[in-house]
Write a new protein. Sequence first.
Lengths: 383, 383
Amino acid sequence: MCFIKGVSILGSTGSIGRQALDVLDGLPDFRIVGLAAGKNIKLLKEQIIRYRPLLVSVEKEDDALELARELAGKGTEILWGSEGLLAVAAHPAAGVVITAVTGTAGLLPTVEAISAGKDIALANKETLVAAGSLVTGLAAQKGVNILPVDSEHSAIWQCLRGSRPGEVESIILTASGGPFRKERDLERVTVSKALAHPNWSMGKKITVDSATLMNKGLEVIEARWLFGLDYDRIRVVVHPQSIIHSMVEFRDGSVLAQLGLPDMKLPIQYALTYPDRLPGNVPRLDPAKMSALTFEPPDIVRFPLLDLAYRVGRRGGTLPAAMNAANEAAVELFLAGRIRFTSIYRVVEEVVGRHDITDRPGLEEILEADRWAREKASVADTR
Amino acid sequence: MCFIKGVSILGSTGSIGRQALDVLDGLPDFRIVGLAAGKNIKLLKEQIIRYRPLLVSVEKEDDALELARELAGKGTEILWGSEGLLAVAAHPAAGVVITAVTGTAGLLPTVEAISAGKDIALANKETLVAAGSLVTGLAAQKGVNILPVDSEHSAIWQCLRGSRPGEVESIILTASGGPFRKERDLERVTVSKALAHPNWSMGKKITVDSATLMNKGLEVIEARWLFGLDYDRIRVVVHPQSIIHSMVEFRDGSVLAQLGLPDMKLPIQYALTYPDRLPGNVPRLDPAKMSALTFEPPDIVRFPLLDLAYRVGRRGGTLPAAMNAANEAAVELFLAGRIRFTSIYRVVEEVVGRHDITDRPGLEEILEADRWAREKASVADTR
């Protein structure tokens, strides 16, 4: 590349946001132009001082005003709230926006960024789960790329490089199986156990989703939209070592897989440098020292959210948005100690069962389904 | 594809030749125009009756005359000897030539086919080992493709699809480790044990080469010429299950691997249909049912031919041709019960040590090195 590319990061103080900044430190020709964060003002301030973005947004007005005072005259404009977030997403100096906020909160800024013609490095899978048809349609219309950052989808994307239309038989998402793959008593699982992922260091919400396999269900729906494949062609296999990040089966029977140590820096970098691969300093996989790689089918009896996600994805309309919102609410209830681990499924399943589906929804209907499901989940009968 | 492509097969009655015909049975738009075989006249006759090639060649004149009598008036010309083999290699109706003869015998017809402008589906690795610089130079000059059929090189080639110049950090050839990976007493290994490969059903010569790891050494040299990489960037890892057929490490740290059940039909088909992938009926890999995939460094103390091949490849000139010929002669001696399994290395190492290297050799010098090494190997001191 021979030009400077502006980057905005939505969710810069989260796990993906911090790693994205690490990656950008090693890449030439990128300039951080916008940062959006929530409440971690201390870290955000360090990031502002280091990267000198043009525009920053935080969740609360008070924090914004405080930051603006402290950083007066440094050339960084400070905004707040959802308007601030949307302004960072659409900043004219950004060519690519890394969407690393958690949950449905990522939907509106992603739509805003696409509408403004930005490429999206998508680390927020909930956006495609809730509004896959709308978001991919808008991206096609605007001619922007949606570049996957999720390690599984990056793996598939890498395996598809150079392939021709019609060649894909199926894609095979690998799942670590989470911390409870061998756990007998899921009813008594604690929050701290659920947050101890065996392979990946991630935010709380995605870590719980990994433990329930809902994360894999969300990824199945994400894959459907990213790669335009029927659900019948999207498979899941449990691979506890998280070395093979996913696979593609071609119609001649050949399978390509992408491997690496579990480190998000690699998919983040590939999304940013695509279609090039630049030298990177992620820890290297030494094939001669790999432990045994094992595979097994997912246990959909003990982890029924994966199967539910397939059914919900196939049904479509506003149902995936409702499922996704119910899951977010249920995970919050679990993290707050208010429901059991196994009740996450019960809550989501109940909300999904009661949802009045709207087909071919617009953004407002998707957001309404999200609000409805969140509300229902928070009062769901979870005895 | 929308045109008929003529195919000639050199070595049609061997393991690769027979599987190539199986593959071609399932592919539209191909026509068998030439077949060359050795002494298996019974099978060759069946192939002629079934595929009606324009030209056939066998090893011996008597067999040719007999076949010509039996098949008179069927429209197939029958030749013999090295002239016949070269005529099949260069037949004007062939667009691609599958070179599946064993050993250095494949060199001259491959050169002939390239000179005549044919694409080469290369199943004869000895050609590139003995004459890699010459053969790849000629192919570049003639603008023809050398399409790898070896499963490892096909795997690498598939992983490289869509990649850009300079992106490859290293290629990682996988090796089953052969039948004697865990054998304690290599001195007492019998011919029948050496011919019982754990994963692949192949010809005798390559099966013994797999048992000594010389096959992997030859593949390292083959890879150097096919992919134009320094030996420092070509690595070998033992993977006893033969499910991952090889890998490519890119400079960002990402690794792509090609997987499949051990079945040569897949790489044969890919070489023939490249750059397309067509539907194939090879047995499918079910990732959820894969056994554990394990990896370990090769044991170059017990299997020193692999290390020798690296040293010989790095030195270059006529030395690889001499090593390859010495190995062929030594394997013949072993198969004839005249030397021990472990003496294969001793013979090859001795011949290599005594070879007077010619740098930048022409075809005649390569063939002379081959003859010299074969002669020396057959009388090598193998106590």
